[in-house]
Ligand binder design. Structure first.
Ligand SMILES: C[S@@+](CC[C@H](N)C(=O)[O-])C[C@H]1O[C@@H](n2cnc3c(N)ncnc32)[C@H](O)[C@@H]1O
Length: 311
C-alpha cells in the first residue's frame, strides 16, 4: 500500500477527499436558497456523476464497503434534499403560470430569476443538453414519461427532444410573435409547442404520430392552463395546416414522408407566406426546395436551427 507524506494511505486519502466534497455541499448555504437553481443543478450533477458514481465504482473494488456505503447514503440524502427544493420550485412556478397566464417577457423574467439563458441562443455552438434542459424538463413534466406504443415506419424518426436553448433561439431568430400559429411537426412530449407558447404568447399546435406522447403533451399543457396550445394525434401527412404560419421540424421523418409533408406545406404557401424552421439533418432536404428562401442559415451546422420563408 502506498503512503503519502503524512503517512495516509491512498484509499484513506480518497475517502477523506470524498468526505470533504460531500461536506462542502452540505455546508454551502447558497445551494439551499430557492433562487440558486443553476448552482443547485451543477451540484446535483456533481453529486450524481462524480461522487455517487465514484463511490459505487470503489465499492466494487475495495473492502471498505461500510464506510463507502455511509458516504454514498450521505451524498444521496443531500442530492434528494436539493432535488426537493427544485421540485417545490417547479410546483410553485406551475401554479403561478396557471393562475396568472404568464407568457412572453413576463415568462422570461419569471424563469430568469432561477436559471441563466441567452434569449437568442448565442454563445452555444456545440450540440447537447445543459442546465436549461434540466430546468425545463422539471418544469414541463407530467409524471413518468410514457413508452412508445406504435411501431414507427422506417422513415419516421424516434423521439428525441430539441435542446431547450434551440427553442429560445428559434423564437428570436424566426421572429415568432403572438400573431403566428406555430406547428411542431412530430411534437413528441410537447415541450417545443408549450415553450414557444410561453415564450412568445403564440398559438401553438403539436402534430404527433404516437398517441401516448400526444396524451402526455396535452396533460402537460393542461397543468399550466394554456388554452392556445393543442396536440393532435395524427400522421403529419394527414394533418390540417390551414391556419399555420410557422412550421418547426426537428427531423421528425426523412425521405418520402418529408417530401410528402413539404408538398402539403407548399400548397399552404400558395395562400400566405409561411416559415419553416428546421433542426438536425432534415435541413439539407428542406434547403433543396426551390419555393423556399433561406432567411437564417445554420452555416452547415446541423445542430443550429435554420429558417426558411416561402417565396
Ligand atoms: C426527433 S423527435 C422531435 C420531438 C419534438 N419536436 C421536440 O422537439 O421535442 C421526432 C418525433 O416525430 C414523431 N413522428 C415521426 N414520424 C411522424 C409522422 N409521420 N407524423 C407525426 N409525428 C411523427 C416521433 O414520434 C417523434 O416524437
Amino acid at each position: 500500500m502506498t503512503r503519502n507524506k503524512l503517512g495516509i494511505n491512498n484509499s484513506e486519502e480518497t475517502l477523506f477527499k470524498i468526505q470533504a466534497d460531500i461536506e462542502a455541499f452540505e455546508k454551502d448555504a447558497a445551494l439551499y436558497e430557492e433562487k440558486n437553481c443553476d448552482k443547485r443543478l451543477d451540484a446535483i450533477d456533481f453529486l450524481e456523476f462524480h461522487i455517487i458514481d465514484h463511490i459505487e465504482s470503489l465499492i466494487e473494488k475495495t473492502a471498505q464497503t461500510n464506510q463507502l456505503s455511509l458516504l454514498k447514503q450521505w451524498a444521496e440524502n443531500i442530492k434528494l434534499a436539493l432535488e426537493a427544493i427544485d421540485n417545490n420550485l417547479f410546483k410553485k412556478l406551475r401554479a403561478h403560470i396557471r393562475s396568472n397566464g404568464c407568457t412572453g417577457e413576463q415568462f422570461k423574467k419569471l424563469v430568469g430569476k432561477y436559471i441563466d439563458f441567452d434569449a437568442d441562443g448565442s454563445g452555444h455552438e456545440e450540440a447537447g443538453y445543459d442546465n436549461l434542459d434540466v430546468f425545463f424538463n422539471g418544469l414541463l413534466s407530467f409524471g413518468s414519461v410514457p413508452e412508445q406504443t406504435k411501431a414507427l415506419e422506417p422513415e419516421m424518426v424516434f423521439y428525441q427532444k430539441t435542446p431547450t436553448r434551440i427553442i429560445f433561439e428559434l423564437v428570436e431568430k424566426a421572429y415568432i410573435t403572438k400573431n403566428d400559429v406555430f406547428f411542431d411537426l412530430g411534437s413528441g412530449l410537447g415541450q417545443a409547442a408549450i415553450l414557444v407558447n410561453l415564450l412568445a404568447g403564440t398559438k401553438t399546435r403539436g402534430v404527433e404520430f404516437e398517441p401516448a406522447f400526444c396524451n402526455y403533451a396535452s396533460d402537460c399543457a393542461a397543468q399550466f392552463n394554456l388554452p392556445n396550445v393543442s396536440f393532435i394525434n395524427v400522421d403529419a401527412r394527414q394533418a390540417d395546416y390551414s391556419d399555420g404560419t410557422v412550421f418547426f421540424m426537428y427531423t421528425p421523418f426523412k425521405g418520402e414522408i418529408l417530401q410528402d409533408v413539404l408538398v402539403l406545406l407548399r400548397s399552404e404557401s400558395l395562400t400566405r407566406k409561411i416559415k419553416i424552421i428546421t433542426y438536425g439533418p432534415c435541413t439539407a432536404q428542406v434547403a433543396s426546395e426551390g419555393w423556399l428562401d433561406i432567411t437564417v442559415s445554420n452555416n452547415d451546422n446541423i445542430y443550429k436551427p435554420a429558417v426558411f420563408t416561402s417565396i
